[in-house]
Write a protein that binds this ligand. Structure first.
Ligand code: IVH
Length: 667
C-alpha cells in the first residue's frame, strides 16, 4: 500500500512537471519561481528521507545527478537518416515533379506538403516506454549513437513522462536540441568572464554541452529542443506529419513554430520567402526549411534513396558564416575617443551580402580569440548586426601572421591613449586629429544639430586648414573662409553658412546630444532636456542629482559630471552658448509631463499614427514599451486593441485613449 509520503511525492512530481511544461513549453507560467522552488525542495526533502521513493525520472533529476564515467552506445531501433538538400527554386520544382510522377498525380492535382523550420542544432532521439523516458541518444553514425540521458533529463522542456491517456507502448521521438541566440550570447559572456573558451556558435555550444559527462554542466546551460519526427512506434498510428506533430504537442513536447500544411510548389515557395524575412527575428538559428510529404502513406510509398527519405527535402538559406582572410587590422576612433579595432577582410558574400569589414570589438577580444593579421577566420552575420569574427582557423596558419595590439598601434601613430580600470576599450586622450573630426561630424549629424551639408570630408578640410578648431568656430565661419578652400564655390559656401546659421536656435536636446558626452545618446539627451529645461543647471548638478532622474544610471551620471566639471567641457559649453540659443522643451504639460512613465500603445488611433504617438510620449519624457507588465504606467488603446488591452485589464493597469494622451502631454 502506498504510504502518505509516496502519495505526496507522486503528487509533487506531477505538479512540478505540469509547471515545467507551462513554463518551458507553453511559455505561460502559472506560479512564481519561488513557489516552484518550494515544491521542488519539498520533493527533494521527501526523496532524501525515503530513498526508496527516488526515481530516475523525478523532476529532481533535472538539476543534474552524479556524473557518468563514459558514454554507453545505443543502437537506434529505427536508424536516423539524413535529408537531401535543395538550394534553388529549380531544385524544389524538380523535387515536386519527382513526387508527382512517383505518386502518379494527375495534371490538376497538387501535393500536400508539410513545411517547417530546419533547426540548426544537434539531432537527438528519445525513447519512451509506457510513456516514461528511457533514454536520449545522439545520432552518431545514424545506426548507433551515444547515451546522453543524464544530460537530456536536465532539459526542462523535454517531458520525463508523456502527458495524456492513450500512450504508445514504445516510441522513438526525433528532434533537435538547440540553444536560443539570446541565451547563447549570455552563455559566451559568462564563459568570457571566467576566462573559459568561447563557443563559435549556438550549435557548437549545444553539441559541446550534450557531450559532457557531468550533467550539472548541462543543467546550468540554456538547452531546449524541438521535436518533429518518429523512429519506431508501437501502439499508436498517425496519418500525417501534421497529425504526428500535433500529437507530440499533446504529449508535452515543444514542436516547431510556423509549421504549416501547403498545397503545391508555389505555396511552399511563399512559405520559404516568408520565413526568410522572419529569419532575423527568430530567437534561434535555422539554416533552412524542411518540406515533407504530409501524408505518411505517401511518404512510405516514396521510399528511400541513399539513406534519406525520398519524400522529404531541406531547402537551405545561404549560410551566414563564411571563411575569409584578415588582410589588415584598422582602428576606428569614436566620438568619445574609444578605439575600436576593425578587421579589413578579403571581401566575401555572407548570407547574400558582400562583407569586407568585421568588428573585432576590443583588444581583449583580439587576445582571447588570438586574431592576427593574415589569419583565415570564420566570420558571421547574425540578424542585422555588424559582421564579426567568430574564430581563427589555426590549421591554416603559415607562420607569417602578425599579432596586433592597440597600444603598439597608438605608439606607431603618435596617439596618446589610456585605459580606465574595468573598461574594455582603449581611448585616445589627445583631442586633436581624428578625434576632433569624429566629434564635429557627430555634432553636425541629423539627429544632433542637423547641419545640412557638413559631412566628413568638409569637416576634415576645415580642421586641416585651421578654419575651425571647436564647435563654436563653426558659427564664426565667414563666406571668405570657405571660398579659400578647394572645391568651394560661391553657392556651396553660401549654402553651408546658411545651414550652420539655421541651427543657431535649436532644441536643447540636440545641443546636448551634439556635445558627444560619453554614454549620452539621443534619448538620454531628451530626458535631460526635459528635466532641466536649460544647460546652466546641468553645469552645476552633482552626480547624485543626475542619478535621481529616472533612466539615468550611475555610469551616465558620472560621465556627465566629468564632462561638465572638466575645464575643457565647461569652456566648450560656455563658448558654444554664445552662438547657439537652446529652445527649451515645450511647456504646458508637455515637458517632462510623462517623465519616468512607461507607456504601451495598442490598436489604431483616430488621428495619430504609431510613430507620432511614440514621439508624443517620448517628447514628454516617457518611454514606449512593446509589452504590458506590472511596470507599465498606462496603456493607450485605439480601436482593434487586442491581447495587450486584455493583459492591462488583467493586471489592473490604467487604460486611456488618444484624446486623454494628448491632454496629458499638453497637446
Ligand atoms: S526531418 C530523415 N525536420 O536536419 C531525417 N530534420 O540535414 C529526418 N533537422 O538530421 C529529418 N530540423 O537533425 C527534419 N524540421 C526538421 C529538422 C530536421 C532540423 C536536422 C536533422 C537532420 C538534419 C538533416
Amino acid at each position: 500500500m502506498a504510504t502518505k509520503a509516496a502519495i505526496r511525492a507522486e503528487k509533487l512530481r506531477e505538479l512540478l512537471e505540469h509547471h515545467n511544461h507551462q513554463y518551458y513549453v507553453l511559455d505561460d507560467p502559472e506560479i512564481s519561481d519561488s513557489e516552484y522552488d518550494r515544491l521542488f525542495h519539498e520533493l527533494r526533502a521527501l526523496e532524501e528521507e525515503h530513498p526508496e521513493l527516488q526515481l530516475p525520472n523525478s523532476p529532481t533529476s533535472r538539476v543534474g545527478g552524479a556524473p557518468v564515467d563514459s558514454f554507453s552506445k545505443i543502437r537506434h531501433v529505427v536508424p536516423m537518416l539524413s535529408l537531401a538538400n535543395a538550394f534553388r527554386e529549380e531544385d524544389l520544382v524538380a523535387f515536386d515533379e519527382r513526387m508527382r510522377k512517383l505518386l502518379e498525380k494527375s495534371e490538376g492535382e497538387t501535393i500536400e506538403y508539410h513545411v517547417e523550420l530546419k533547426f540548426d542544432g544537434l539531432s537527438m532521439s528519445l525513447l519512451y516506454e509506457d510513456g516514461k523516458l528511457v533514454y536520449g541518444a545522439t545520432r552518431g553514425d545514424g545506426e548507433v549513437g551515444e547515451n546522453v540521458t543524464h544530460n537530456i533529463r536536465t532539459i526542462r522542456s523535454i517531458p520525463l513522462a508523456l502527458r495524456g491517456k492513450k500512450l504508445p507502448k514504445r516510441v522513438e521521438v526525433r528532434g533537435e536540441v538547440i540553444i536560443p541566440l539570446k541565451d547563447f550570447a549570455k552563455l559566451n559572456d559568462e564563459q568570457a568572464k571566467r576566462d573559459d573558451k568561447l563557443f563559435a556558435n549556438p550549435r557548437n555550444a549545444a553539441a559541446g554541452t550534450i557531450r559532457q559527462l557531468d550533467p550539472k554542466i548541462a543543467a546550468s546551460r540554456p538547452l531546449t529542443a524541438f521535436w518533429y519526427g518518429l523512429g519506431t512506434c508501437e501502439g499508436a498510428t498517425f496519418d500525417s506529419i501534421d497529425h504526428l506533430q500535433q500529437t507530440f504537442s499533446e504529449w508535452g513536447f515543444r514542436t516547431g513554430e510556423h509549421r504549416k500544411v501547403c498545397r503545391g510548389v508555389s505555396d511552399v515557395m511563399k512559405f520559404y520567402r516568408k520565413i526568410e524575412t522572419l529569419r532575423d527575428k527568430l530567437e534561434y538559428e535555422i539554416d533552412g526549411i524542411v518540406i515533407k510529404l504530409n501524408s505518411l502513406k505517401e511518404l512510405d510509398q516514396a521510399g528511400f534513396v541513399s539513406r534519406a527519405p525520398r519524400g522529404m527535402i531541406a531547402f537551405k538559406y545561404p549560410p551566414r558564416q563564411e571563411t575569409t582572410v584578415i588582410e589588415d587590422i584598422l582602428v576606428q576612433v569614436g566620438r568619445t575617443g574609444a578605439l575600436t579595432p576593425v578587421a579589413a577582410l578579403r571581401p566575401v558574400r555572407v548570407g547574400g551580402v558582400l562583407v569586407s569589414r568585421a568588428t573585432l570589438h576590443n583588444q581583449d577580444e583580439i587576445d582571447r580569440k588570438d586574431i592576427r593579421i593574415g589569419d583565415t577566420v570564420f566570420i558571421q552575420r547574425a540578424g542585422d548586426v555588424i559582421p564579426e569574427v567568430v574564430s581563427v582557423i589555426k590549421e591554416k596558419r603559415t607562420g607569417k601572421e602578425k599579432p596586433f595590439s592597440i597600444p603598439a598601434w597608438c605608439e606607431a601613430n603618435g596617439i596618446e591613449f589610456e585605459r580606465k580600470g574595468g573598461e574594455a576599450a582603449f581611448r585616445a586622450v589627445n583631442a586633436g586629429g581624428e578625434l576632433l573630426i569624429r566629434r564635429i561630424e557627430h555634432f553636425a549629424m541629423k539627429d544632433a544639430m542637423n547641419i545640412d551639408g557638413l559631412g566628413e570630408k568638409i569637416v576634415e578640410q576645415l580642421l586641416e586648414s585651421k578654419k575651425i578648431q571647436s564647435f563654436a568656430d563653426l558659427y564664426r565661419l565667414k563666406l571668405a573662409d570657405l571660398l579659400e578652400l578647394e572645391g568651394f564655390k560661391e553657392k556651396s559656401s553660401q549654402n553651408l553658412i546658411a545651414s550652420i546659421a539655421a541651427t543657431k536656435s535649436t532644441e536643447l536636446y540636440r545641443i546636448l546630444f551634439g556635445l558627444g558626452i560619453r554614454h549620452v545618446g539621443e534619448r538620454t539627451s531628451k530626458t535631460l532636456a526635459n528635466y532641466f529645461g536649460s544647460i546652466e543647471p546641468m553645469l552645476k548638478a552633482t552626480e547624485e542629482q543626475f542619478t535621481e532622474i529616472h533612466e539615468i544610471g550611475p555610469e551616465v551620471a558620472k560621465s556627465l559630471r566629468e564632462y561638465f566639471s572638466s575645464k575643457e567641457g565647461a569652456a566648450e559649453v560656455k563658448t558654444l552658448l554664445k552662438y547657439v540659443e537652446p529652445v527649451a522643451p515645450r511647456k504646458g504639460g508637455g515637458a517632462g509631463a510623462l517623465s519616468g512613465a512607461t507607456v504601451v500603445l495598442t490598436g489604431t488611433f483616430p488621428t495619430l499614427g504609431r510613430s507620432d504617438a511614440t514621439r508624443l510620449v517620448e517628447d514628454a519624457g516617457g518611454k514606449v514599451s512593446s509589452s504590458v507588465s506590472k511596470k507599465t504606467t498606462f496603456v493607450v488603446a485605439g480601436s482593434d486593441a487586442g491581447s495587450k488591452l486584455d493583459k492591462a485589464n488583467e493586471l489592473g493597469i490604467e487604460v486611456i485613449d488618444e484624446a486623454e494622451l494628448r491632454k496629458r502631454v499638453g497637446q
